[in-house]
Design a protein around this ligand. Structure first.
Ligand SMILES: Nc1nc2c(c(=O)[nH]1)N[C@H]1C(S)=C(S)[C@@H](COP(=O)(O)O)O[C@H]1N2
Ligand SMILES: [Mo]
Length: 396
């Protein structure tokens, strides 16, 4: 039987009282994995039926203290293998480059780690449920335009991002950073963003400027950006070279050096059931089930299947088109819930024909990344289970 304790594993620490908004303006029922550094995801129902998440529900993933940066004194440096190194204020960015807006989903590589924790322990990593994923309308300028102004030299293959927040979780402690290949950096979708849903970026989400790398793991969307460097090799930052990599199951992550394992980049197809969330018993009968599916990179979700019998038979859900090429998709299906308990299983297929693996057991890795196995939620009804029919010779 596949693990079902994902929801139970997610520590339900309330952010604040019902009256005050929690820290960083978040809803008071955020599931807080850590207060310091602040790491929190919304409850499943908060993401349901909302193409845009809204800042108060948007998950927050931090490896160090949230810096408060004076936007007037702040400058972005663009350097490395470029013909014209640049130093840009926010005003310079606005004046010199065309403003762009993009609807994009951001998903942490640790989303749904709780499912991997059911397989085997992952020391030191938080048990994220399925809500370390959110969508916003981001405003800023294209990284491609800024790189073009700087003039990227031949020989550059990667673009590295540096931030000032020093993470005590890194070994040795160091500011957060990472990189993406130049081909992705010069694509039309990678943004230097100062706006989120039409407002200035809040501190906790990276003010005054952050990267938005649509379709890639959230770790590459570096917040509090202060330096962009064109270079021959990927970033040597801990969060690129050591963490956010898929290690073989028998590797000891405390002993692996830079470059071990597989670097994570584009996100693989995944999905989750958001409502009902299994928290309260439901009346038996027709029940609408809804959730998200997300394909990552430049793919879309092409089909979403739901099973009430553990994956023996499947029914296709109604699937919305993505609000933009870089977002998740909403799906829904009405099922007839019998009395008793029903385990609802969901799996998505992407536009390249890839689908999700059945179990997290085959995906388990020592840092607990990229769990895109089938999602399952146990729904309980207020009715009694159907009377058992004759089941075998002993009952005759
Ligand atoms: N400077 C900096 N950028 C960062 C991080 C961080 O800790 N420091 N966390 C990364 C990770 S792992 C994720 S998943 C996203 C989360 O973005 P959010 O907190 O706005 O949801 O930010 C990324 N950018
Ligand atoms: Mo992340």
């Amino acid at each position: 039987m596949a693990p079902l304790g994902e929801a139970a594993r997610v520590a339900a620490v309330r952010v604040g009282s019902a009256r005050d908004m929690g820290p960083w303006g978040k809803r008071d029922d955020m599931l807080v994995h850590r207060r310091d550094p602040f790491n929190a995801e919304p409850p499943r129902h908060a993401l349901a039926r909302r193409p845009l998440t809204g800042c108060e529900s948007f998950y927050s993933r931090n490896h160090g203290p949230v810096p408060r940066i004076d936007a007037r004194a702040w400058r972005l440096r663009v350097d490395g293998l470029v013909d014209r190194p640049l130093t840009l204020s926010l005003g310079d960015l606005r004046e010199r480059f065309a403003e762009r807006e993009i609807l994009a989903t951001v998903q942490c590589a640790g989303n749904r780690r709780a499912g991997l924790l059911e397989v085997r322990d992952i020391p030191g990593e938080d048990p994220w449920g399925p809500c370390a994923i959110s969508t916003a309308r981001w405003t800023g300028v294209l990284l491609a335009d800024v790189l073009a102004a700087a003039g990227v030299r031949p020989g550059a293959r990667h673009v590295a991002f540096a931030a000032p927040d020093v993470s005590p979780l890194a070994d040795p402690p160091q500011p957060f950073g990472g990189s993406i290949p130049l081909v992705k950096a010069t694509s039309g979708e990678v943004l230097l963003a100062w706006g989120m849903d039409g407002r200035p970026l809040p501190d906790v989400h990276g003010a005054p400027l952050r990267m938005i790398v649509p379709g890639w793991i959230g770790a590459r969307s570096v917040k509090w950006l202060e330096r962009v460097t064109a270079q021959a090799d990927p970033s040597g930052n801990y969060f690129q070279a050591v963490a956010y990599r898929i290690l073989p199951p028998d590797a000891d992550p405390t002993r692996t050096g830079p470059g071990a394992g597989i670097s994570l980049g584009p996100v693989a197809v995944t999905c989750a059931i958001l409502a009902p969330d299994g928290g309260t018993p439901l009346p038996p009968g027709p029940t609408e089930i809804t959730g998200y599916a997300y394909a990552g990179e430049d793919r879309t979700v092409a089909r979403l299947d739901v099973s009430l019998d553990g994956g023996r038979t499947w029914t296709q859900a109604e699937l919305d088109p993505p609000p933009s090429p870089w977002t998740w998709q909403e799906w829904r299906i009405t099922v007839d819930l019998p009395g008793g308990d029903t385990v609802v299983t969901a799996r998505a297929w992407d536009s390249t024909g890839m689908t999700q693996p059945e179990s997290p057991a085959a995906l388990w890795n020592p840092k607990g990344y990229a769990n895109n196995s089938w999602d399952r939620v146990r729904l309980t009804t207020t009715g009694s289970p159907p009377a058992p029919g004759p089941t075998g010779p002993g009952d005759q």
